[in-house]
Design a protein around this ligand. Sequence first.
Ligand code: DX5
Ligand code: ZN
Length: 219
Amino acid sequence: MKKIKISPSILSADFSQLGNEIKRLEEGGADMIHVDVMDGHFVPNLTIGPPVIKALKKHCSIKFDVHLMIAPVHRYIQAYSDAGADIITIHPEATDNLENSILKIKSLNKKVGVSLNPNSKIDLIRDYLEKIDLVLIMSVNPGFGGQKFMPEVLNKVKELKEIQSQNNMNFDIEIDGGINFDNCQSAIEAGANILVSGTTVFKSNNGDIKKNINLLKSK
Ligand code: DX5
Ligand code: ZN
């Protein structure tokens, strides 16, 4: 049984204080930092890019779990690797050749993740599962924090967990979007071992990050 990890999304952080915010996450017990990169094209929102990631990396010793919601993504993989991403997660719809993009990330000695939107099927990535380190299951349509959890994606998590166990594979299953104290346990029971959370970590219990991270882990 893999250890449950929490990867708080900085999309819900105070963007005017990002350096301090990631320090708060690290001190609050975050296992990694979920960095949502959006290009206003693949998703209808625009956030941060390599220069900001590079600057933030200096203030943090835990891993950067970088979620690239950008298209086309292949040509930018090097830049996010150089900026300090430790895990680089891409969407299959954002590259012309998923195999090449996976190989590119691996060639840079980074962990490779592939993300499935709520309406995307596992078949889209089934042939790549033995080559990747992480599958990111979206439980909201990507683009914004604070959206409502879509419980139907738990069936996809369960199916993925079955494929993983039947084929003795070892990729992490990360779930992302609308994770809170009411649904985190069912996400874990379905098979997720990494929970992404922005709103719940930063906004619950008067912003007590340590308490919120512990609550998500212990539910
Ligand atoms: C949405 C992002 C998620 C989101 C999570 O496109 O990929 O990581 O920021 O935020 P909450 O936990 O507020 O749904
Ligand atoms: Zn994300």
